[in-house]
Every structure is written in C-alpha cells, then in structure tokens.
Design a protein around this ligand. Structure first.
Ligand code: CS2
Length: 462
C-alpha cells in the first residue's frame, strides 16, 4: 500500500483511540526511554500480559525524533500488535503505554522519573548509545537525559528505583551503571545517591521486530477497520531473561513467560552469539551477495554455511544445559519465516558496536583454546566485504570507517579491524586470514553446495 493509499484510507477510517476502542489505562509506574517498534512488541506486550497489568502503565519517551511519540499520542498510546507466524496473522490491541512523549521534552521526563509512583525505568536506546565518553551536553543523549531526570528524583526525595536495560549488550546492567555513574559525576553527590538508590537490572531480550512498513499499516486498516499508524508486526516467539533487584516492585512479567535468574551471562551469550551473531553474518554476507531479507540470505548456502560454522564454534563456549541444538533449530525456523520481511539493512547498522559483542568474544575464546576462530573471523570478513560495496551505512564510527575504507588491501583490512579491536589489527596472520575469508563470499551462488568448503571454494575432492 502506498502512502497515498494510506492517506485515502485515513480519510475513510476512524483513527484508533481509547475512545474508539475503550481500553483500561493503568497508572504510570514504568518510564521507558526509546519508543521504537521493539519496545512495543516486547516490554509493552509483557507488561500487558503480566497478572497485575492493571497496576502498571508505561510513559514512553521517543528517541532521536518525536515522530513515534506524536503518532502514538494521537492514539492515546494504543496500538495493534500483529503476531505473524508462518501461516497467518493474529491481531492484538496493546494498551500498556498510556503516555507517549517526545524524547526532547526533558521537563516531562524529569517529572515522570521524579514521581513517587515510578518504580521501574526501562531502556531501548540502541547499543551505540551506551558508548559515551562523558563529554557533550547531557540533554543530547538518552543516558544524559536519564541522569538529569535521576537528579530530579533525588531532589524529590523519591524512593529507590530499578533501571532495566533492554538493549543487546553483554552485561547491560553493569554497562548502564558505569555509563550513568560516569555522567552523574558532573553533579555533586549524585553518584553516591545513585549507588544507594538505583538498582541496575541485566536482561536478555528477544523478539524479531522489523521496522513497520506502510504495507503493514494498510493490512491493519483492512483487518481491523481503523487507522493505526503505530501498528507493529512481530514474530510469535518472545523471550525475556532478567537478573537483578527491583527495590520498588515490578509487574509480574513472569506470568507472561519472563524468566528471572541469578546468573544471566550464559543466556546473554546464547542470545547475542547465536541469534544476533547469525543476524550479523546474514546481514553483511547477504547484502554483499545481493539479498534483502534474513529469509532470503538464509536460503543462500554460502551465507547459511557461514552461520552454521559460527554456531558450531560458539556452541563450544556455551553450557550444554541451555539446549543449544534445540535453540539452533528454533532459530532456523524463526529466520526462515519468509512472511516476516526482516530487512538486512536494518541489522547491518552500527556494525562496529555490534561486532564487538557478537564476533569478538567467540574469536577470543577460540584463539585462547588454540584454534583460529574462522567462524567468528568470517563474520568480520563479511562486514569487510559489505563495506567494500557501500558508503551508505550507519555507524557511530562512520567517519573512521570511511577513512579506513579509502585504503587498499591489507592496510584497509587492518584499519577497519582496528576500529573493532586495535590489538587484533596488529596480528598480521589474522589480517591475512580475514582477506582470504572475505574472498569466499564473492563465490557465485553454488548449484551444488556439497562441492564447496566453508570458504565457498571448490573442494579438491577425495
Ligand atoms: C538484530 C536484532 O538489528 C539487529 O542487530 O540482530 O535487533 C534482533 O532482531 C533482535 O535482537 C531479536 O530479538
């Protein structure tokens, strides 16, 4: 459906609001930063499905742009979640977000964070937003704004609160604590107050949620008979593992399937390496080889083989008790759901931040065990191949990538790898190996994959 058709539909259909579809509006006790599609398909869904959902409403603040907040605000926070499986769509109204606010509205953020009712602050601000060097105006970054709002909570004398990072970072609770304390150091006594009053919860989050398209909105209009410009399409699968304290209480998310554990690290690693790592391999190798979506890339044996090889490697460093073969099988099914058009370009963004989390730990573990770590190295090689074909990428280190990209041969490879880890860039053997692995992605789509080795070269045969 084109945007023109959507506009015509808009004229013909009523807008989704709580007036059109009466829906309970629970009191706000959760403040969320980063009002994107993933927040709507994940934390907002879990909160709606908690046994005590009636006590927990969300005030969600948008990120860089006000658009999502404006759209959702016009709908009183209400939106449709389309759960798309291989054989059909299920539509559900989600009403746990009761206030949607422009992220630039610092005054409202301060009020909401300072409120005695607020017990939980959740974050989906993207991985790259945690890498702050401590300089710059606090107003211009989500964590900076959070620190200003925590200052307001201290002044208001409100009770302890939990901050829950829902971004794909290893040790996201500790990473958030460090970043927040670092920024809070600008205010006398604030780090101590945070140390005594703020708990940082670590989580591993999972639900594949592509950026919604105009066609998705048209589908919701057709199926539901209202215009919902904030609808989100997601897969039926969802997972949430959490570890940490909630000093002022929390929704009973466990009723919706969330799991609370003491040691989150194995769960984080399983998700970040197996799901997100595979995503990065598919994104870079897939885009390089002319594919657009995850399902398309997975059907290319060169890309799929690279994923399996990386999984074999990563699995050696994950506890067998986590059911790795079953997890891998489920991932193949999820990635293969061709009805979810998960665009590789969306996953390809912020490569330097993501690869540090997805490829480097497995590479380091393999090398420590005396093996080359080709599976993890191939993920980096795919990124190198992808960067040779485009300058239209988004990355926090985009300027450095462009400088490195202008170099040739192994100098280029080393300069790009240095952006991930300077020590690795000094390893001439690894740089040489990365160039060889990169060449493997250029092999034409093979008619008979059994004739190829992992690098996509014709095998010499028995
Ligand atoms: C993806 C994730 O964009 C990406 O980097 O790997 O957003 C992924 O879809 C989610 O983590 C799934 O839970």
């Amino acid at each position: 459906m084109t945007s023109e058709v959507v506009e015509q539909t808009a004229a013909a259909l009523p807008l989704l609001t709580r007036g059109l579809r009466p829906f309970p509006a629970p009191p706000v006790r959760i403040v969320h930063l980063g009002l994107g599609a993933f927040h709507r398909s994940h934390q907002a869904w879990y909160t709606q499905h908690a046994g005590d959902a009636g006590e927990w409403g969300i005030a969600a603040f948008s990120g860089r742009r006000p658009d999502a907040a404006d759209t959702l605000s016009a709908q009183d926070g209400l939106f449709t979640l389309v759960q798309r499986s291989g054989d059909g769509d299920a539509f559900e109204l989600v009403g746990s977000i009761v206030e949607a606010v422009d992220g630039a509205n610092l005054q409202r953020l301060k009020e909401m964070v300072a409120s005695r009712q607020t017990s939980v602050i959740t974050l989906t601000i993207t991985e790259a937003a945690y890498a702050l060097d401590g300089s710059g105006a606090l107003e211009s970054s989500p964590l900076g704004r959070l620190v200003l709002a925590l200052g307001a909570r201290r002044e208001a004398g409100a009770a302890p609160v939990a901050i829950v990072s829902c971004d794909n970072l290893a040790h996201n609770g500790a990473v958030t604590r460090n970043a927040v304390l670092n920024l809070a150091g600008r205010f006398e006594g604030l780090p101590d107050w945070i140390g005594a009053n703020v708990s940082f919860v670590s989580t591993s989050v999972d639900r594949i949620t592509p950026k919604p398209t105009t066609a998705d909105l048209g589908l919701v209009a057709d199926a539901c008979g209202y215009l919902d410009a904030a609808a989100v399409v997601t897969e039926p699968f969802r997972n949430w593992v959490l570890s940490g304290d909630f000093p002022a209480g929390r929704p009973r998310w466990e009723d919706a399937g969330a799991v609370f554990v003491d040691d989150i690290e194995p769960y984080e690693n399983r998700k970040l390496w197996l799901l997100n790592g595979a995503h990065s391999i598919l994104a870079y190798s897939g885009l390089f080889r002319g594919h657009r979506t995850v399902a398309e890339a997975l059907s290319d044996p060169i890309c799929r083989d690279a994923v399996e090889e990386f999984w074999d490697e990563a699995a050696r460093h994950l506890p067998a008790s986590l059911g790795i073969p079953e997890y891998r099988a489920a991932l193949l099914e999820r990635f293969g759901n061709g009805r979810i058009a998960h665009h590789l370009a969306q996953i390809a963004m912020d490569g330097t931040t993501k690869l540090r989390m997805r490829a480097l730990p497995v590479l380091a573990a393999e090398r420590a065990a005396g093996r080359p770590g080709d599976g993890a190295a191939r993920m980096i090689a795919a990124w190198l191949a992808y960067l040779s074909t485009t300058d239209g990428f988004q990355d926090p280190l985009a300027a450095d990538i462009n400088t490195a990209n202008a170099l040739k041969g192994s100098k280029r490879t080393a300069a790009l790898v240095a952006l991930l880890d300077p020590d690795l860039a000094g390893d001439a053997g690894l740089v040489f190996r990365l160039d060889a692995l990169r060449a493997g992605f250029a092999t034409a789509f093979p008619a008979d994959i059994s004739a190829l080795d992992h690098a996509g070269r014709q095998g010499s045969g028995p």
